[in-house]
Write a protein that binds this ligand. Structure first.
Ligand code: NI
Length: 178
């Protein structure tokens, strides 16, 4: 089921998510829904808080840009090492239409539980390394716009407020249409 993706600024997006205690069917359903929602929105990554669930769960699929990578769901991901530096123009499904340069580590090692609750370790570079850092940031209530200048962030905040107002009025007019 495709779930609604929250648009920043939103109080839930600022909150810290908590670890999953047991990888059960409800977590696997969340993972399935997150993949569906991410693909429906044409994204390469999605974190549970973006669909209003404050659990440490992220999904990633950078295969269009990195054919050697695989779609992956990470439960309770923890980055255990960061190496090198890179700058990438990032976007976010919770900040539609916006993109800004963000400095990140070039390579990451991440430990997580898979959908069977089994511990896994992944070393990533390229877009996948960036996406892992971006999505794990969401679990701490951090958005990519928290890494850019205040001036740029406030410009984007205004545009998002306008976008939300436009969406709300569109919803209203379609609701009142005969
Ligand atoms: Ni994001």
């Amino acid at each position: 089921m495709v779930r609604e993706i929250l648009v920043w600024p939103h109080p839930t997006l600022k909150k810290k998510a908590v670890p999953v205690e047991k990888v059960d069917d409800s977590v696997r359903e969340l993972v399935r829904d997150m993949f569906e929602s991410m693909y429906a929105a044409d994204g390469v990554g999605l974190a549970a808080p973006q669909v209003g669930v404050l659990l440490n769960v992220i999904v990633l699929d950078t295969t269009p840009r990195q054919p050697e990578s695989k779609p992956v769901a990470m439960i309770n991901p923890v980055i255990t090492s960061l190496e090198g530096t890179t700058t990438y123009t990032e976007g976010c499904l919770s900040i539609p239409g916006e993109a800004e340069d963000v400095d990140r580590a070039a390579e990451v090692t991440v430990e997580y539980l898979d959908e069977q609750g089994k511990k896994q370790t992944l070393h990533a570079d390229g877009l996948l390394a960036i996406a892992i850092q971006h999505e794990t940031d969401h679990l701490k209530g951090t958005m990519f716009v928290d890494h850019i200048s205040t001036l740029k962030r406030e410009v984007i905040r205004k545009r998002m407020k306008r976008l939300k107002a436009d969406r709300a009025s569109e919803h209203e007019s379609s609701a009142s249409a005969p």
